[in-house]
Ligand binder design. Structure first.
Ligand code: AMP
Ligand code: MG
Length: 479
């Protein structure tokens, strides 16, 4: 089969400019690649013709076959997983195919997941299966539709191979697009190497790629850190406002760019409860919904530790400067959250008490988080409360804070509050069907959640949670 060198013009700035943090590697061959889903909108954004990607050479590329002259690399990184440090994680089942300059001039990584063993596989098989890769696809599209910074899937290709999990499952490769794959764990790895020049090269690379404005700051590395703190505070606020639970907020899954990454056992909450945990591997609830901002700040403290030698030659001064920046996380997070809640509630200015109080009511009366805000703009929120008295009292407080033009308020609220999120039972149903070879439900779900704010007739079944009689929803890690 011929390769298609014209599809993408790959660049390799990461491998060249930060040598020592990646290993050249080749993806495993897929015996019978079959394109399950292609993100045509994203393909166009990357400057390629979707029709060409659907041809056999395009599918082969999406399954991991690098064009002639292109060398994929496995990236090295470390990380704290559930609070425990691992000095060597890295791309154990993933490869960076290369960087593509998109039609808007942005440099974006094209990365493969499920492409076979690498020097970082640590005894695991390097593979991925159809269900979890499609989950990453649909969650990424939902996040994008919600306007939340995220990596996005370009395609999922079934490899034609059976992969052994709890049973034999169809193997798959996900092709993913990201602003970059620089993570907190990348900095931890560089710092632990003891090579100060490598750490500095990585930080300079991150500045050039994501925060070029930091280059002119008096302390460019501290400014880099400040910008990452700000980007991540904004990101986690957006998660909280959408009811999103990432599930594995390890430091290797926390980006420098401020994009959400690595959708494993993630899910959207139905009834509001800060203690919500879906992941089967998070027995203690470390990454519960309500803990996410605090965990993010903890991860950023690990980034600060890695960067300390660059902040100041004087260790004490470095720690003080880093602490001050890190302490700015809380205010930034609170501001984004309060502004976001004001938009969701339709009030002109943030009102923290009003926002907190309605969340408490929702928790006490097990009210669906997503549904509540749309019902609020429609004037039907009261019906969601079994005991409406406390809601009425709250609604009277809100009433006096609303701008005069009520139609405009409702319209603006409907631009902030989604009708459709990837409801857990819908995701499960779509992935189960896809695993059996039936892609219809998945395509429908991906379409529904990619336009989350616009109510469409016939999609009522996507707008609410599953009947409550079900057993608690559990998500499994994406391996
Ligand atoms: P993740 O949970 O996907 O963020 O992965 C955490 C670490 O485990 C990364 O270093 C992955 O490369 C590695 N990993 C996860 N699944 C596999 C697998 N099936 N084979 C090899 N490495 C894996
Ligand atoms: Mg990861």
């Amino acid at each position: 089969m011929t390769v298609a060198p014209t599809l993408f013009r790959f660049e390799d700035s990461y491998a060249r400019e930060v040598p020592g943090l990646s290993v050249p590697w080749t993806a495993a061959a897929a015996p019978a690649p079959e394109l399950l889903v292609l993100n045509e909108e994203l393909a166009v954004e990357l400057g390629v013709d979707p029709a060409e990607l659907r041809e056999p050479p395009g599918v082969a590329l999406l399954a991991g076959r690098a064009p002639e002259g292109v060398t994929a690399v496995a990236e090295a990184y470390a990380g704290h997983q559930f609070g425990v440090y691992s000095p060597r994680l890295g791309d154990g089942r993933a490869l960076l195919l290369g960087e593509v300059i998109d039609v808007k001039g942005r440099r974006r990584d094209l990365h493969l997941k499920g492409s076979g063993r690498t020097p970082f596989s640590r005894g695991a098989d390097g593979k991925a299966v159809v269900g979890p890769m499609l989950r990453e696809y649909v969650i990424g599209e939902a996040m994008h539709g919600l306007g939340i910074p995220t990596t996005r899937a370009l395609a999922v290709v079934a490899t034609g191979e059976r992969v052994i999990r709890e049973r034999a499952l169809p193997g798959a490769v996900l092709a993913r697009v990201a602003a970059s794959h620089l993570r907190v764990g990348t900095f931890q790895y560089a710092a632990a190497s003891g090579d100060g020049d490598l750490l500095r090269a990585l930080a300079d690379y991150a500045i050039a790629r994501h925060y070029p404005e930091a280059a002119g700051a008096p302390n460019r590395y501290l400014d880099l850190f400040r910008r990452v703190v700000q980007a991540q505070a904004r990101l986690v606020a957006r998660w909280m406002l959408a009811g999103f639970i990432h599930g594995v907020m390890n430091t290797d899954n926390t980006t420098i760019s401020g994009e959400s990454i690595d959708y494993g056992p993630c899910a959207f909450m139905d009834a509001f409860d800060p203690a919500t945990v879906f992941s089967s591997i998070d027995g203690r609830g470390r990454y519960a919904y309500g803990n996410q901002p605090q965990i993010l700040q903890w991860n950023l403290a690990r980034l600060a530790e890695a960067l300390l030698p660059l902040f100041d030659d004087n260790g004490q001064a470095a720690v003080e400067a880093a602490t001050e920046v890190l302490n700015g996380f809380t205010a930034a997070y609170e501001r984004h959250w309060a502004e976001g809640m004001a938009a969701k509630l339709g009030i002109a200015a943030p009102d923290r008490a009003l926002a907190q109080d309605v969340l408490t009511l929702m928790r006490l009366q097990t009210v669906d988080f997503t549904r509540f805000f749309r019902a609020l703009s429609a004037g039907t929120a009261r019906t969601l409360f079994a005991e409406p008295g406390p809601f009425d009292a709250w609604a009277a407080r809100r009433e006096v804070l609303l701008p005069a033009d009520r139609a405009a308020v409702a319209a603006a609220m409907d631009r902030a509050n989604p009708v459709y999120i990837p409801r857990n039972h819908r995701v499960e149903e779509a992935l189960a069907a896809a695993t059996e070879g039936e892609m219809g439900p998945f395509r429908r779900l991906a379409d529904v959640v990619s336009r989350p704010f616009e109510e469409r007739p016939g999609l009522e079944d996507y707008a609410g949670p599953a009947p409550v009689s079900r057993t608690p929803y559990v998500t499994y890690c994406g391996t």
